[in-house]
Design a protein around this ligand. Structure first.
Ligand code: NAD
Ligand code: UDP
Ligand code: UDP
Length: 316
């Protein structure tokens, strides 16, 4: 029987790829989004599919629908967007989680939370295993996102303990690929767009800070794989590539792959910017059999081609 799968934040970067994957797998998809950062364009190719339905809705309000599974992705992910309306960011993470958990409780259906490596904050343990509790500044400008996501994780585990819900928690590390928005503000989209336009490449701080970058198709494999694990497996589980690049290395790679003449410029490091980040990816491999396949250079080539097309469209 065809399953109906709810994807909140389905018109966003990751959500749109997930909707597409689920439809290709034979599911019906109910995509719920308030278009805070997502766009109709991200899902325009799905709108005519009879297995796809779009609902404009804000998850901070109750939602009464009938579905078989829930992926909860609704939440802006880029610092500039989640800091634009920090109160709404916390509401989306916390009240959104309560509403989606309430829905899952009524329907007795599995629910997956898109959590984040940001729950580790600026970590003293490197690489980060799931057992690490993290080091987050609860008062800083990133807290609306980090603490919101941490509280959502708490809610997921309390709904499991109190109401026996089938939960899955993915801690997603920096993911990139086609359909990141051009003005998203995240480092991969910024560097590529700057390189393609010949604008200065903006490195925040000295560029020595590191991140691990996962290509979107791999990440989606991980999310779907996690949802399909036995009910006893809840996570949290890290989903990310266990290798690490400094922002300076990333800038050089993007310049190399685009053949750009852009110069690197240095700008102040934002408050509480984590200095290092790399997943311990052992649990994902053991529990889901998941390992990301795409090397950074390969994923960047596809992403660069996507932004080239977007920029050409913009000029027309
Ligand atoms: P995105 O900003 O492209 O997508 C988020 C989507 O959620 C958008 O379509 C937005 O309109 C929607 N949304 C926001 N608030 C909402 C609300 N109140 N009600 C309904 N919809 C709402 O970001 P993304 O990169 O696709 O991230 C998706 C999820 O994955 C987020 O929960 C994010 O925290 C998580 N995540 C992403 C990354 C990454 O590197 N991309 C890393 C860690 C975690
Ligand atoms: N909720 C929802 N859809 C449902 C069921 C619940 O949006 O199908 C929301 C509802 O607004 C509620 C929240 O989820 O406030 C939490 O639900 P729960 O049953 O845990 O709590 P209660 O209704 O007892 O407050
Ligand atoms: N960054 C940068 N230049 C930019 C955008 C971001 O040097 O134009 C840095 C940022 O300070 C951080 C890293 O790149 O150290 C990753 O930033 P992003 O916003 O993509 O993700 P997050 O900080 O949430 O991991």
């Amino acid at each position: 029987m065809t399953r109906i799968v709810l994807v909140t934040g389905g018109a966003g970067f990751l959500g749109s790829h997930l909707c597409e994957r689920l439809i290709n797998n034979g599911d019906e998809v109910l995509c719920v989004d308030n278009f805070f950062t997502g766009t109709r364009e991200n899902i325009s190719h799905l709108l005519d599919d009879r297995r796809f339905e779009l609902l404009r809705h804000d998850v901070t309000f109750p939602l009464y629908v009938e579905v078989d599974r829930i992926y909860n992705l609704a939440c802006p992910a880029s610092p500039i967007h989640y800091q634009r309306d920090p109160v709404q960011t916390t509401k989306t993470s916390v009240i959104g989680a309560i509403n989606m958990l309430g829905l899952a409780k009524r329907l007795k259906c599995p629910i997956l939370q898109a959590s984040t490596s940001e729950v580790y904050g600026d970590p003293e343990v490197h690489p980060q295993p799931e057992s690490y509790w993290g080091r987050v500044n609860p008062l800083g400008v990133r807290a609306c996102y980090d603490e919101g996501k941490r509280c959502a994780e708490t809610l997921f585990f309390d709904y499991r303990r109190q109401h026996q819900l089938q939960i899955k928690v993915a801690r997603i590390f920096n993911t990139y690929g086609p359909r990141m928005s051009m003005n998203d503000g995240r480092v991969v989209s910024n560097f590529i767009v700057q390189a393609l336009r010949g604008d200065p490449i903006t490195i925040f701080g000295d560029g020595a800070q590191t991140r691990s970058f996962c290509y979107v198709a791999d990440l989606i494999d991980g999310l779907v794989g996690l949802m399909n694990t036995p009910p006893t497996f809840t996570g949290p589980v890290n989903l990310g590539r266990p290798d690490e690049f400094s922002m300076l290395e990333l800038a050089k790679t993007v310049i190399d792959l685009t053949g750009s003449r852009s110069q690197v410029v240095y700008q102040p490091l934002p408050q509480d910017d984590p200095r290092v980040r790399k997943p311990d990816a052992g649990l994902a491999k053991a529990a889901i059999g998941w390992e990301p396949k795409t090397q950074l250079r390969e994923g960047l080539k596809v992403t660069i081609a996507y932004f080239e097309t977007q920029l050409r469209r913009e000029k027309r």
